[in-house]
Structures are given as C-alpha cells and as structure tokens.
Design a protein around this ligand. Structure first.
Ligand code: GAL
Ligand code: MG
Length: 974
C-alpha cells in the first residue's frame, strides 16, 4: 500500500492534517437508525504504519483495545512522560498499527441514499479504506468520525471495510493524559443512511423560562434543492413555530436559500418543569424534515432540558440559584475492556455517584462516551465537558505551535458540536495541562462565538490569575490549590469568577484527608462553590498473575468487593513489563477497579447530605434542607438513639416540609434515659420512593448529633492476681501472642510516600525501633515498665503501668517524643492476639474505615465486622482498616471467648491480620498472607491522611506533635 494516498500523507507526523474526507460533527444522534458493525473483525498488528499487510489475520473485537486482546502490545502506564523521547510532532519508528477488516452488506433499499460510516473512537490516527479505495482520515481519539461512503459503496452489494489505526502520532502529543496507553477502536462502528437532503445539525436552546429555540441545518449531498420541503418540530406534543423574523433576516442576508438551509423554530412551554441536577426533567424533542408532499425525509429525536446557566458576579448560577459543585473527575474506564464501556457500566457509575452525593462530573480529560451525557441528562449531573487536549510533557512547545492550531480548534469545536444540546453540560473545558497559548485563545474564540450560553474554563489559563478577565477561563478552576489560598482569594475582595477547583482531594490509596474541612469552608465562604475530586476510578487492569497478561474479557466472579479473585490481581504501572512508568499513581480513585466504593465515598455522602441536623438546642433539634432545588418530600427518616450502654432506640421520623435552604426546629424524638452515659442521635435518611438512581429505602445520609457527652472512664485498682511480665518487662497474657509495645510507625500510605514523610520516618528508624527495658518495678500486684527505643534522632522513652482492675488489667502508657521527631505516623501501642478471635465489635465510629481527618461520614454507634474484612484492599497495600473514635471493643471467637478493651477516651484503633511491616513489604494485595491472630493498634494519636500524593498534606491540627503523649486502656478476657 505504499502508493496509497492516505499513507503517502504520513498523517501520523502531520499535526496540520486533522482529518481528510471527514464529515462535520453534528448533534443529530443517528445511533437508533444505524446498522451496527460491532463484533469480531479480521485483525493484524503491524510494527509500523508503512509495514506491508500480510495474510495472517486473527479476530479482534470491535469496539475494544488490542492491548487487552492477546497481542504482544500491552497496556503501558505513564502520567506525564511521553512513551518516546522525540519532540512533537515526531512519532516513533516502532509504531504498532492495527489493521481491522470486515465485509459489510449495504442494504439494497439504501439505493439513492446518503450512506455514512461512523467510527466511534480510534486512537490515535484512523485511516479508512473501502474495497481498497481511500475514504478518509481522522484524529481526535475520543470523538466519532463520520465519512460519506455514498460514492464508494453500492447498495445491495457487499463491500470490504478496512480501518487502519496508527497508535502513536503527532496527535499523541496532545493526548498525553494520565492514563494507560492503549490502541484500538474503542467505541462502536455504525453505518446509517439518510436522504441526500437531511438534517445535518440541530441546535437547541431551552431556557428555564420555557422559551425554546431550535436551529436546524439542512444539507444536500448534491444537486438542487427541491421546492416545497419544510421542517416541523414538536415537543411532547406541542408544535414549534417557524421563526418568521429569523427567516426574513436570513433571506435578506442571502446567506441561505428561502427556507432550506437554516430554519429556526421557536416555542414557549408554559409551566415548564426545569432541569437541574436535582430535578432532571426532560422533554422529548422531535424535529422532522418534510418533503413537499408532507412525507418525512429525516427525523431527529432527542431529550432536552430547560435550564439556564450564568455567572453573576462571582457566582455560578443554575436557573438563578447558586449551586454547589460536588464533582468528580471521570475517565472512560473498565478493568477488563479499558476505554470501552457499556451503557450499563456507565449507568452504574452514575447511579453510584448519585447515591454518594455527587452532582457533577468533569469528563477528564476528553469527551467521554456519548451515552454518558444522555445518562447525565437523565439522572441529573452537571457536566464540565472537556476537550481532548493534553500536551502535558511538551505543553510549552505545543500551546503556541501553529502546526497544532488547527487541532486545538478542531477538538474543541467538535466536542461542542456534539454535546451542545445536553442540559447536563453547563461548562466547556479547553482541555488539561497543556500550558496556555494562542492555540487555546483561538479555540476559546470559536467557542464563545458559537455557544454564548455556557461558561468555559481552562485551568492552564486560570492559573495565570484567578481574577484575570483576559485569560480564557470564566471560572477560577485551579487544581489542588491549598484551601487557605482559596479562602483568602474569596475574602480578598479581588475575586471576579466562581472558584471551583477542577481537581482536588487526590484519592490515591488511603487518602482524601480534610475533605470535610474543605466543605466546611466552601459552604461558609461566599465565592467558593466546590470542586471535582480526583478521580472516580482506580484504573487497575485485571491481570493473570501467572501469564502477566490482561484478562481482557468480560466474565462473572472475577472480583469481589475490591479484591481480585485468586490468581488474578489489579495491575498498575510497571506490571506489564513497562520500563518507564509511574507505578500506582494510576490507582487514585474513590472506587476500586470493580467499582466497589472506597471508604471516602461514605465520607463524601455525609458531607453532601441533603438534610442535616444543625444543632441540639432547648431540648429541640434543628433540621436543615441543604439542597438547592428540592424539598424533603422524596426522603424518609428514622431516628436512632445509640446509648453507650449498648442500647439502640429507634423511632420513625417525620421530616419537616422545608424548601431549599430552610431550617425547622423539631422536638427531640426520645426522652434521654438517665444513667445511660454518652448518647448519640442519628437521623437515618433513606429514599421515600423510587428514584431513577435509588430504589425506595436506599440510604442517603446519616446525620448525627451528640446529645450527652461521656463521663470520664474510671477504673478502681483491685488486689487481684498479680500482673505478669517477662524479664524484658513485656506483658504476659494468655490471649496475647505479642505484648503491647510502642508503635510510632504505619505502613506508609501513598500520601506518606509521595509526600516525603515515609522517607523521614525510615531515616529516623521508626519502622524498626528496637526496644530495651531499662527499669521494671513491681508495686503490689502491678508493674511499671520503663523502656527505651533507640531511634536515629534520639532515644524515645515509653512507660507502661500495668495495674490489676476488676476482671482485667489497666494499662496506662506515656511516651516522651523528643523534638526531633516532629510529625510521626502514630503514637500508640500494638499487640497481637491468639488465633480464633474472628469478630470485632466496637463502640465508636464506623462501620467503615475512618481516620482523624476523614471521620465525618462514620457515625458513632455499635458496630461489628469480621476481622478478615477490616483491612481496605488498596491496590498497593498500605496503612488501612483504621477506625476512628473507638471507645471500646471486643474481639471474640465463635464460642464467645476473647478479649475486651475499654479505652480512656475515643481513640484510633485498628484490628487486622497484618503487621505494618507486612503491608509495607507487599506491592500488591495478592501478596499479603493473613496472620492467624489479630494485629491490634491502639493509638493515642494518629496522623491525618491528607492528600500529599498530589496536592496539600493534611492540616497542622492533624499532625502529631513531639512532647508527652498519654493514653490508657483496660484489657479483660471475656
Ligand atoms: C493532575 C492531572 C490528572 C492527574 C492528577 C494526578 O495534575 O490533571 O490528569 O494526573 O494530576 O493523579
Ligand atoms: Mg497530566
């Protein structure tokens, strides 16, 4: 094929060539009328685009990535770095190129019609041939490309379609997003036919006032326009009326023919039900192109929503209301099929997000699958739609490179042309991490002229000045900005644009510390409106441990609750033999690769709670509606009173009738029983009926208030059996296999590693402290043990006082942490138990994992869980499984034997099968070997998690200070 004109263009190293023979993008959805060409195609992988095509074909699935389908070209993960060193627009000589072929039948009844091929997505250069004849070229890997095949196929005759996909190209330099590199055709391939005279595009403007305007573009594929054709429209049965003014204007202007070309229709829907993410009201809009005799030549159907978006002052308003953006960044991702995702999977993503309080999505960092937007319209999400432009590694070189100018405008405009009619899309984004240059301004210029109805944002521009009116961003949309900077900006008097972080709270491993602090500030600081958590998915690819290959096929039972089945694991960077890669940085989502929610999801759910308990005053409660558009009538509630003595009282709750933003006082539903100690009131809020995303009874939030604080725990020493310690002063206890010892270390989280804390802890020797008893003193039945631990920054003294108390032993501990040890992971005791103690019951926060700076979503109560389930299976094992605010706990065997611990005050506790060393030594979850007993940590204090793997660390208030720490607990056998 060396004489092939498409290859001769060498489009993989020509940034100016964005397409050839490709049709303009359109918002007319042809999926329902199309023939699918999905399925198994003939496939071969060439070493380079110019290599000869041989006879050796194997089947490959379309849509799908060949990197997940048994070829030797495997997935490869890099964040910023390009996979080859040459500067743009160069591509490497070794350039995997997939050749896909199949026959297809062109229906005989398509005679005389315009026949169009649509390739949903191909990365990164697509060449189309039909029966050996060139039919088109396209780039822009995450948007569809359409080609008019009318001249190259014959109805009633079958044809051979060849799609050649070149993996690396000049375009790869602007598709350098932080994700796996794949190759293939990742969205569906379709064929459809229209009349030569057809609806080329339909643009809808539907305002919250009920005003509707529909602009049509009617195009002829060739020949003269017939007389008498016309367009009609109808919305849920109501006819749209042709806009006479518009037609007169256009006729005078001579821009279009009398009516064919650009008719506009208008209507006003009285009493319209407006669209918001809380109330995703949709109407069906049908636009028809009629022949002169009234018969229909073409139809476009879509669902539309009536809503306004505007920026007033520094506030982003939807339908005139200031909203909060509770967002997440979402990639198209699946652990088996990569960037190919089914409608069901996308729906499951959105349903899960709704259930956990999210109301917004940034389509990081490219236009997501078109179905995602249909579902966002339907289920209710605000979408920041982002163009497929990220030139991270060569950002500076490309932003002003005129050779890429066309590509920038092409990508932004094609996204807008595709998605402009979605009510869910409220903001356009010019892309991600591509510096800021003239190419952006060119794209912004096109965008502002074409769609003045929506703001646009671009982080690369906004960072030049959050308030600067000259830069191409209507939103101040930083990433990972320290909260104090955001608040300071909002208070500065200089703010001119809404501040909505495009990325914040990096969810890598055990993370998202201080999320609640962020939201407390956002909700109390005018000018701050939210942000998008980075990110939704952990992009772990399911891999066979033995073969090292991706599983790559959809099947049942491959994973469960975030843990891959035996023999399989979640692969991250480097697991497919990549030499240059960025490791576990690809695993930074709020859900596991199988979409199991991580504990942070519960934190988010509570922070986003639509109904809150604000205060307990004068024996009454203040209930508040924290939504922007809905009342509380879609919610039901149950009061739950958790008493320290173990009792839990419940009563049905009547939620007050509150409009958004309103509060009401309601009487306390229970009389507080005397002498029951600490008392917590929880409002368990569920859906009252079926929501499209949550059946009746789905838990929505669990706001909680402390009604009565705990009295101090006092234990009276008894003259009981003497406490036993060994020669080194270590406690001897029949239920413990390892005596309580000082612990100042945790298996570093990703934040600890990437933020530099872990290195410091290792330098100080905290991961391998050696204990030396210096003094063991007996005092009646009790023992006082003074031990020293020789860390590399000075000796650390630890005292334990063991006293016999009723039924057990009281342990009072203190540690003097020299000043050099500023900011350690934890201060506490660790011990190990005999095997068989399989159930943990605790009174404290739960039931899911919580940490000092991520504890807003775990209500205080009586919880229980099997010990085996307590560790959270973060892809790279690390500190996890902790429970915050634990007041007491029991570890028991099925025969009810075991131990109990009562803490002096609420503490961080963790019970798992793993020592910190076990976790730190493993690179993947499948390498962990559970110990038969329990490893129990009781922490006087535990460091916050923060988000330092990418962004700010935790706040100073969650750091551990040097000096004296004291804690006490009582151990009893059951
Ligand atoms: C941002 C970037 C994302 C991702 C994230 C870190 O800078 O926009 O694509 O790389 O950091 O996970
Ligand atoms: Mg990047």
């Amino acid at each position: 094929m060396t004489d092939d004109p498409l290859l001769a263009l060498r489009p993989w190293e020509s940034p100016e060539v964005t397409s050839w023979g490709r049709l303009p993008m359109s918002a007319v959805d042809r999926r329902a009328q199309a023939l699918s060409l999905d399925g198994d195609w003939r496939f071969q992988l060439l070493p380079a685009p110019t290599a000869a095509v041989g006879d050796d074909w194997t089947p490959a699935r379309v849509p799908g990535a060949w990197t997940l389908q048994g070829t030797d070209d495997l997935p490869w993960y890099t964040n910023v770095r390009m996979p080859w060193p040459d500067f743009p627009p160069a591509s490497p000589a070794a350039n995997p190129t997939g050749v896909y072929e199949r026959e297809f039948d062109v229906p005989a009844e398509w005679a005389g019609r315009r026949i169009v091929l649509q390739v949903g997505a191909a990365e990164s250069v697509l060449l189309v041939h039909v029966d050996g004849r060139p039919a088109g070229i396209s780039k822009d890997s995450h948007l569809a490309a359409e080609f008019d095949l009318s001249d190259v196929v014959r109805p009633g005759v079958s044809a051979t379609l060849r799609l050649t996909v070149v993996k690396w190209s000049d375009a790869t330099h602007i598709e350098d997003q932080d994700q796996w590199w794949h190759g293939g055709i990742t969205r569906s391939v379709l064929l459809y036919a229209t009349d030569p005279l057809h609806l080329a595009d339909v643009t809808v403007r539907a305002a919250a006032s009920g005003e509707l305007r529909v602009d049509c573009r009617v195009r002829d594929a060739g020949g003269a326009l017939p007389e008498g054709w016309y367009v009609s429209g109808e919305i849920d049965g109501q006819l749209l009326v042709q806009d006479a003014e518009f037609d007169r204007f256009n006729a005078a202007d001579d821009r279009v023919s009398d009516f064919l070309g650009e008719p506009r229709m208008c209507a006003r829907v009285p009493g319209v039900r407006t669209w918001t993410a809380e109330t995703p009201e949709l109407y069906g809009l049908t636009v028809r192109l009629h022949r002169a005799d009234g018969t229909v030549a073409d139809t476009s159907y879509r669902r539309i929503g009536f809503r306004d978006v505007e920026i007033v002052g520094r506030d982003l308003l939807v339908n005139g209301e200031r909203i909060y953006v509770r967002g997440v960044n979402r990639h198209d991702f699946h652990p088996l099929t990569g960037r190919t995702v089914s409608r069901n999977d996308m729906r499951a993503d959105l349903v899960l997000l709704k259930r956990f309080g999210f109301n917004a999505i940034r389509t990081a960092h490219y236009p997501n699958d078109p179905t995602l937007y249909d579902l966002a319209d339907e289920l209710g999400f605000y979408v920041v739609d982002e163009a497929d432009i990220e030139s991270h590694d060569h950002a500076h070189e490309i932003a002003d490179d005129p050779r890429y100018l066309n590509a920038f405008v092409d990508r932004v405009s094609r996204m807008v042309l595709r998605d402009k009619n979605h009510p869910s899309v409220i903001i356009w984004s010019l892309g991600n991490e591509s510096d800021y240059g003239a190419n952006h301004d060119a794209a912004a210029g096109w965008l502002r002229r074409h769609d003045p109805t929506r703001p646009l944002q671009y982080e690369g521009a906004a960072k030049l000045g959050w308030a600067d009116p000259a830069v191409a961003s209507d939103i101040a949309c930083p990433m990972y900005a320290p909260l104090e900077d955001c608040v300071a900006h909002a208070l500065s008097g200089e703010q001119t644009k809404p501040l909505i972080q495009c990325e914040y709270s990096h969810a890598m491993g055990n993370s998202n510390g201080t999320l609640a602090d962020h939201w407390a500030a956002i909700e109390s600081t005018p000018g701050l409106q939210g942000g998008f958590i980075w990110e939704f998915w952990d992009h772990g690819i399911l891999q066979c441990v033995n073969s090292g290959r991706p599983v790559g096929r959809v099947g049942a039972g491959l994973y469960d609750n975030g843990v891959a089945a035996p023999g399989l694991r979640w692969a991250y960077g480097g697991d497919f033999g990549e030499t240059i890669h960025d490791g576990a940085f690809i695993a930074d989502g709020v859900v596991f690769p199988d979409r199991t929610p991580k504990p942070v999801m519960y934190e988010h759910r509570e922070i986003a709670a639509p109904v809150r308990l604000e205060a307990f005053r004068h024996e009454g409660l203040v209930v508040a509606n924290h939504q922007c558009f809905r009342g509380l009538d879609w919610l039901a509630g149950t009061w739950e009173l958790a008493l320290a003595d173990g009792r839990v009282l419940t009563a049905p709750a009547e939620l007050p009738d509150l409009r958004p933003g309103e509060t009401a006082a309601v009487p306390l539903p229970f009389e507080l029983p005397a002498d029951s100690g600490e008392a917590w009131l929880t409002l368990r809020v569920t859906t009252a009926g079926d929501e499209p995303w949550a059946p009746h009874g789905t838990e929505i939030c669990t706001p909680q208030l402390l009604l009565r604080a705990a009295p101090e725990v006092r234990e009276t020493p008894v003259s009981g059996p003497r406490v036993q310690v060994d020669g080194d002063g270590l406690l001897i206890h029949p239920l413990l296999t390892s005596a309580p010892a000082l612990s100042l270390w945790r298996a570093p989280t990703d934040n600890d590693e990437l933020g530099g804390m872990a290195a410091r802890w290792r330098e100080w020797g905290l991961d391998s402290l050696v204990r030396k008893a210096v003094d063991v003193r007996r005092d009646g039945g009790g023992v006082t043990v003074l031990a020293e631990y020789a860390g590399n920054a000075g000796v650390i003294r630890h005292e334990q006082v063991f006293t016999p108390v009723q039924g057990g032993i009281r342990v009072e501990e203190s540690v003097d942490l020299p000043d050099a040890y500023a900011d350690v992971a934890r201060v506490g005791s660790v011990f190990e138990t005999v095997s068989g103690l399989d159930l943990l019951e605790w009174y404290g926060q739960g039931p899911w994992e919580s940490y000092p700076d991520r504890a807003a979503g775990a209500p205080v109560g009586h919880h229980s869980a099997p010990v085996d389930s307590l560790l959270t299976p973060y892809l790279r094992p690390q500190e996890s499984g902790g429970r915050h605010g634990v007041r007491r706990f029991r570890l028991s065997a099925p025969d009810a034997s075991g131990l109990s611990v009562v803490l002096d005050r609420p503490r961080q506790v963790s019970v798992t099968r793993f020592r910190a060393d076990d976790l730190a030594a493993a690179t993947h979850h499948d390498q962990l070997k559970p110990r038969p007993g329990c490893v129990v940590h009781i922490d006087a204090a535990h460091r916050g998690l923060g988000t330092a793997s990418c962004g700010p660390d935790t706040f100073p208030s969650y750091l551990l200070q040097p000096g004296t720490h004291r804690w006490a607990w009582t151990l009893r056998a059951l």
